[in-house]
Design a protein around this ligand. Structure first.
Ligand SMILES: C[S@@+](CC[C@H](N)C(=O)[O-])C[C@H]1O[C@@H](n2cnc3c(N)ncnc32)[C@H](O)[C@@H]1O
Length: 221
């Protein structure tokens, strides 16, 4: 496993205020709630998309790679895990080393908002609770469309539109979830078609339940 086979990028936490905070939280990230979410996302993806041992998977904003961890319990092709947080990448590297993530998984330092898009192609791109941290979505979504093979599928799991309370304790800019029609419009203007939305459970925070969606889309190559 190589830590990174992309051009090297220095991610200064001052340029990317969110990443430093994820570095600090990475080691304790996998609590019961997030593990359960990873398992539920993997199950829903398998319900909606054909995944077999040829499926080239990219998990973007993978954090500790929880969705991949559970997808890898079934047939799955080569795995790439991308996250700009070095703390998250360290935890993923440990999971690769101890077998919780596939032994051949690649781990990339990648932020499509600022980095050059890799030339690789994937059949399935999964991203969970990451897009609400991406201020300028179109370059990232366009990068997703170009990373996907013609018959590829994008699965975005994120928060339904909320009142801002989910991130009330943070001081960096995030989307307060997404209205489905807004995300559909962004996806369609970034090279995606056949967008459909599916309920994806909820996440509990501070005694409140925040509903999640899964947006499924195909690149419009
Ligand atoms: C809320 S965490 C979700 C982690 C994981 N997907 C999960 O569900 O447990 C958001 C992740 O997105 C990453 N991230 C933040 N901004 C990003 C960006 N612009 N591009 C890619 N990843 C980003 C963070 O480093 C963090 O690991």
């Amino acid at each position: 496993m190589t830590e990174h086979d992309q051009p090297d990028h220095d991610h200064d936490p001052h340029d990317h205020p969110g990443h430093g905070s994820f570095d600090e939280r990475a080691r304790d990230w996998d609590d019961d709630t997030k593990v359960a979410r990873g398992r539920a996302v993997a199950s829903l993806v398998r319900d909606l998309v054909t995944v077999d041992d040829t499926t080239r998977l990219l998990e973007y904003g993978a954090g500790t790679g929880l969705a991949t961890q559970f997808l890898a319990e079934g047939p799955l092709g080569p795995v790439t895990l991308a996250d700009p947080s070095s703390g998250m990448r360290e935890v993923m590297a440990e999971k690769v080393a101890d077998g919780r993530l596939p032994a051949n998984a690649r781990i990339w330092d990648l932020d499509l908002a600022t980095d050059e898009r890799p030339g690789d192609q994937f059949d399935l791109l999964v991203t969970v609770m990451t897009l609400h941290h991406v201020t300028d979505l179109v370059p990232v979504l366009t990068g997703f469309a170009n990373l996907l093979a013609d018959d590829g599928r994008l699965c975005v799991v994120d928060l339904e539109s909320e009142d801002g309370s989910f991130h009330a304790d943070t001081d960096f800019d995030v989307h307060d979830g997404f209205r489905r029609e807004d995300l559909q419009r962004w996806l369609e203007s970034s090279g995606f078609a056949k967008v459909s939305f599916h309920d994806a459970g909820e996440v509990d925070k501070d005694g409140r339940a925040y509903p999640l969606f899964l947006a499924l889309a195909r690149p419009n190559h």
